[in-house]
Design a binder for this molecule. Structure first.
Ligand SMILES: [Fe+2]
Length: 559
């Protein structure tokens, strides 16, 4: 088997640059020489592509002027206050179903309760109806759905219980592709309907049609940095939003509303890891302007676990959002798939069993086998904790998941992987099993949405920053099992410099925009939050090479 360094000889690393003021690895004479040798590669307008790679690793120095310590919006902020009365819908959101012809509309009616004794509302007391059509003044179609409430119960002295408003989910079907639809939701018989909103359906699934812009964001929370991120994201007019886990951060709060940037540091004595569920309602209200117009696809992160009485988990996540999990053959909202134009998205669950004998793995194997790359050429996978991150925070934490699933995703030619969890930005070279591989996915860590837990700044390859290996497994993720092996040339757990698989890393908040240009070229742009102004921090064409990297004949010892 070829070693990493033998492979490198056949897949030479190259140098790339994006912002002249922030590159630290090249001396000026060498830069001038390279410019002379390859002027096109370094012209101001040139956007590099993965065909130019793999690239020499780049670390963009920390911009200390950035606001690294985010502060949550208080419950007095008008953007998180209830703006409706009675049973009028609020927190309206859209979710794609498995294809262009159907979409989920979700909303909440009635008020949540929090206290010692709470009495759940009756979800059958109000109807779940969406009226829709292609003309604003003629909403001549109607779809009905279902409603539910969930409770977050903490049967301990001094803790408060929560029960939600009535959460409605309606799937509307028979939609035409790339078409604007107008809708209102609610219960017309109770005079409790929303104002009219609109959305555009996804294009047909074929190699020549794609959503215009797909926004990708992770670890959002609800801070003043989150509001910058979402404002920049809306400014980029996305057609679809992917949220790669860690949503409201309600679990940084006690049930009495007291909060901290670090729950375990501040509240070590609580009988259970409490949450303050109204933060979810605040988040839904803040996001409604975006989510009532643009479909939002969420996959769970560790902050969605939210253990409560009887060891129930993921209640808020599973209840508040719709997921196309049944449509995609999954038995759980914790993993599912969908198409958007010529892209097949696979959303994987890191906090549910992922081993090769489990349901999720079986589902993934079947789902990938069904993908027709002549219809959806692009295969994009997401899950929360990254496999390829070089920051000290969560370093190699998801190694058991990587060990279980990497070969399968590689064998089907996954093009791009998005992860969150690490609160910073990083883009990898094409990589498979820690070795540079021209047919491996590009891994992008985008857990920089702006939540209050602060940015990740330290790198595991810096002196003294490599974590003790046995401290790295997460207790929930893989049950705390240690799966990592040493892998550097000298047999160490961490590299002594930025690893070859890391192309670019920067500690900053932000979001990304993915634009498929055709069946082989996609433009990826990462926008930093530079205070109130959004700046491009990374831009690259990700290029598929189906002739070089066929997607169905790379199974290695895989059954
Ligand atoms: Fe996380």
């Amino acid at each position: 088997m070829a070693t990493k360094y033998e492979k490198l000889r056949h897949y030479p690393v190259k140098r790339m640059t994006f912002r002249n003021d922030s590159i630290i690895f090249l001396g000026l004479p060498l830069l001038l020489l390279l410019c002379f040798l390859s002027p096109a590669s370094f012209s101001a307008d040139y956007i590099p592509s993965t065909l130019d790679g793999p690239f020499v690793p780049v670390t963009v120095p920390l911009d200390t002027s950035l606001r690294g310590n985010a502060i949550d919006l208080p419950d007095t902020d008008p953007r998180v206050r209830r703006r409706v009365t009675g049973f009028e819908p609020e927190q309206i959101s859209l979710t794609l179903s498995s294809d262009h012809d159907s979409i989920w509309v979700s909303w909440i009616t009635g008020e949540f309760q929090i206290g010692k004794n709470v009495k759940p509302l009756d979800p059958t007391s109000i109807k779940s109806i969406v009226q829709f059509g292609t003309l604003r003044h003629s909403l001549n179609h109607e779809a009905k759905g279902h409603a539910l409430v969930y409770s977050q119960l903490y049967p301990f002295d001094g803790l408060l219980n929560y029960t939600s408003g009535i959460i409605h989910h309606v799937r509307i079907t028979g939609l035409k592709p790339s078409t604007v639809y107008y809708y209102r939701c609610g219960d017309p018989s109770r005079w409790a309907t929303s104002k009219i909103h609109h959305f555009r359906t996804m294009p047909l699934s074929k190699p020549s049609s794609y959503p215009g812009r797909i926004a990708v964001v992770g670890d959002l929370g609800l801070t003043y940095n989150t509001t910058d991120t979402i404002s920049h994201l809306i400014h980029n007019s996305p057609d679809l939003v992917l949220l790669i886990g860690d949503v409201s951060y309600a679990n940084l709060y006690l049930t009495n509303g007291t909060s901290s940037d670090c729950y375990s540091c501040s509240f070590p004595e609580t009988p259970i890891h409490e949450t303050y569920q109204p933060r979810w309602d605040y988040w839904g209200r803040f996001m409604e302007d975006l989510t009532s117009k643009v479909p939002l696809m969420v996959i769970e992160g560790n902050h969605e676990i939210e253990v409560q009485a009887e060891n129930k988990t993921f209640e808020a996540y599973s209840s508040r959002f719709a997921f196309p999990f049944k449509e995609s053959g999954s038995s759980s909202p914790l993993y599912y798939s969908f198409n958007a134009g010529g892209i097949h998205f696979v959303m994987l669950g890191a906090y549910i069993a992922y081993d090769k004998s489990g349901k999720q793995y079986e589902w993934l194997k079947n789902d990938l086998a069904k993908v027709d790359r002549s219809v959806t050429p692009w295969l994009v996978a997401t899950w929360h904790p990254p496999w390829y991150s070089t920051y000290t925070a969560h370093y190699r934490e998801a190694e058991c998941m990587k060990e279980a699933m990497e070969e399968l995703l590689y064998s089907y030619g996954t093009d791009i992987v998005f992860n969150g969890h690490v609160h910073a930005y990083e883009r990898s070279n094409r990589v498979y099993n820690y070795e540079l591989d021209p047919c491996g996915p590009v891994y992008i860590v985008i857990g920089d949405g702006g939540n209050r837990e602060k940015m990740a700044i330290e790198h595991a390859d810096e002196t003294g920053k490599c974590p003790e290996p046995l401290t790295t497994p997460d207790p929930v993720l893989g049950g705390g099992k240690f799966c990592a092996s040493n892998f550097t040339a000298s047999g160490e757990f961490c590299w002594d410099r930025q690893p070859d698989y890391s192309a670019l890393r920067e500690s900053s908040f932000g979001h990304g925009i993915l634009e498929m240009k055709n069946d082989t070229w996609a433009l990826w742009t990462w926008y930093r939050n530079q205070d109130s102004t959004s700046q491009v921090g990374d831009q690259i064409y990700i290029v598929r090479e189906p002739d070089r990297c066929p997607s169905h004949n790379r199974l290695v010892n895989h059954c």
